[in-house]
Write a protein that binds this ligand. Sequence first.
Ligand code: NAI
Ligand code: NA
Length: 396
Amino acid sequence: MIIEPRMRGFICLTAHPVGCEQNVINQINYVKSKGKIDGPKRVLVIGASTGFGLASRITSAFGSDASTIGIFFEKPSSPGKLATPGWYNTAAFEKQAQEAGLYAKSINGDAFSNEVKEKTLALIKEDLGQIDLVVYSLASPVRTDPTTGITHRSVLKPIGAPFKNKTVDFHSGKVTEISIDPCTEEDIQNTIKVMGGEDWEMWIDSLKTANLLAPNALTIAYSYIGPELTEPVYRKGTIGRAKDHLESTAFTIADKLSDIGGNAYVSVNKALVTQASSAIPVIPLYISLLYKVMKAEGIHEGCIEQIQRLYSERLYTGGNVPVDEKGRIRIDDWEMRADVQAKVAALWEEATTENLPSIGDLEGYSNDFYNLFGFKVGGVDYTADTNEVVEIPGLQ
Ligand code: NAI
Ligand code: NA
């Protein structure tokens, strides 16, 4: 079929398999171009099909020849029905991994469930024996607690007072004022349940109990801080509370891993266009201004550049892992540079529908968004008849 983008609100309903494949190949080539990393050999990535998780899987495999198991929640393809991008990404990744002689298997299902955890444990036992690195990179709006059976929904809201600021609809380019009402106490607890550290700890507990974590095993999860501008709706809002919880869970897990010489980290990453971040109000305007400034400074990075730098310059240098005063790894260091933030803040004051295309990188934002779904990727023939059905070779 001929596959075209079909947008609805913050999502794209279609995905292009060849475009997704090209994105993955580009990321693999980037990692290879940076040379070998003396990194982990057996890696479990939870949330492995898009964004930072996919970049982590690619960096593990093609940066340090790791065997990888990827967990994700994606819609498969079938005749006449397109898969979600993460499915096509994973199919492309596994194909490349196989060609390179690298072990790669995947499990598609709800990572929050006991069932997927059990299936993963059995696969590790059978195939890899133990794991050297567990990457926890889930972004989800819902979680069913496997113990209580209750389904929790996360919200993106300020705490205590309404938040009024500018935002942009990145499809139309319209800059408008938005006002978001504050959350309830229940919203905070639900958001922590979904995006906090509880499930990360459950994964590590079950892996450790089954003796599936190798000596000196590491685990890492991803967090975000960002500028003062977005604080009310991000870091000091409901999602920020969940990130606080995730960050404190790293210490709890680190304690639990100390007897095997292991450790747990949170890495604070840069704001990037992913399916998760496009849904957060105000963030797209911030990102479009940030991209403009960082590109002008020559310090712009995407997910793959971020994670390659995380591995090669933070986690696997052979020396101590550098962390901030709260024990967090910072690869948002260039985003948070004072000069970058000052420029973004000044542009923010000025931003209007009329000037955003020139003072901000609206085009870069939009392009990245299309890229997430395999569209507007260089070198892909979008007029070609494309097979929508793609298999993941190592799917369990
Ligand atoms: P993403 O939406 O690209 O990836 C989410 C992944 O989780 C996908 O692989 C998806 O299949 C998987 N997933 C979602 N629900 C699942 C479930 N129930 N079971 C199994 N898999 C499931 O998101 P992104 O942006 O890569 O986010 C990953 C982490 O990075 C999150 O913790 C996010 O807060 C963090 N982060 C994101 C930043 C950004 O700007 N995008 C910046 C800094 C941190
Ligand atoms: Na991810």
